[in-house]
Design a protein around this ligand. Structure first.
Ligand SMILES: O=P(O)(O)O[C@H]1O[C@H](CO)[C@@H](O)[C@H]1O
Ligand SMILES: O=c1cc[nH]c(=O)[nH]1
Length: 240
């Protein structure tokens, strides 16, 4: 029997692990589950937003698609945190690079996210509620990278509500203000985690460059982000 009030995740609460990796693309979730989890079990198929739970090095970890943009990501994250007792969500996303010294498949850990989203207005805070990573998850992810001698950048990213922006000056403004890359969910998951009194971290793989003609295909975005995925799995494992 389904006992949760969840609208978009139809699963028994026990089927979801305490930590969930969330790519935007549900097919990237399938790829991660099938390649990295032992005995992956599909717990959600509503809207084809696949969610799987399996074991990684002996501990239960889930992976589920978030869809694109803050509304979709935060809807699923809210349900996972509040109806499925999930403690931590680690986004494993793709992003457009802003800096000259970045190239496709580079990994970024989002310490914070600047954004044009107004999602946080609902909380009634008379100012800007800063969307920031959970420090423990961030610290663990950075440690994992050091141990693997993985080259990653850690800093501020831009979470945009607009993929095809009519204002072509936005990318250079973001670069001048020190942002590393552009994507569409990190600020949302950081706000949702704070509001739900839970933890979140966003790890990103560069899929294209905002100022150079470099981009990965859809299949490459689905199946070639192993470094990011392995960093996220190891971070998730340490959080349990
Ligand atoms: O690859 P994902 O995780 O979906 O992330 C990026 O890709 C989508 C845009 O193509 C947006 O969701 C953006 O944040
Ligand atoms: O949101 C995104 C993701 C990848 N590349 C972009 O330019 N934007």
């Amino acid at each position: 029997m389904i006992s949760t009030p969840s609208a978009c995740i139809v699963a028994e609460k026990e089927k979801v692990a305490k930590v969930v990796l969330m790519p935007g693309d549900p097919l990237r979730a399938k790829y991660i589950a099938e390649k990295y989890l032992e005995n992956p079990e599909l717990f959600n198929t509503v809207r084809n937003m696949y969610g799987y739970t399996g074991t990684y090095k002996g501990k239960r970890i889930s992976v589920m698609g978030s869809g694109m943009g803050i509304p979709s990501m935060t809807l699923y994250a809210h349900e996972l945190y509040n109806f499925f007792d999930v403690d931590s969500i680690i986004r494993v996303g793709s992003a457009g690079a802003l800096r000259d010294d970045m190239k496709v498949r580079d990994v970024v850990i989002a310490m914070s996210a600047s954004t044009n989203s107004k999602f946080d207005v609902q909380y009634g805070f008379p100012g800007t509620l800063a969307p920031t990573a959970d420090f423990d998850l961030l610290n663990d992810a950075v440690s994992v990278c050091k141990e693997r001698e993985a080259s990653v950048k850690v800093g501020n990213v831009f979470t945009t509500d607009v993929f095809y922006n009519a204002d072509s000056n936005i990318p250079s403004l973001c670069r001048d203000l020190g942002m590393l890359c552009v994507e569409m969910e990190t600020a949302g998951i950081y706000w949702e985690a704070v509001a739900s009194h839970k933890k979140a971290l966003s790890i990103l793989s560069i899929s294209d460059h905002m100022f150079r003609h470099e981009e990965l295909t859809a299949l490459e975005r689905q199946e070639s982000f192993d470094e990011m995925i392995e960093i996220a799995l190891e971070t998730a494992w340490r959080s349990l």
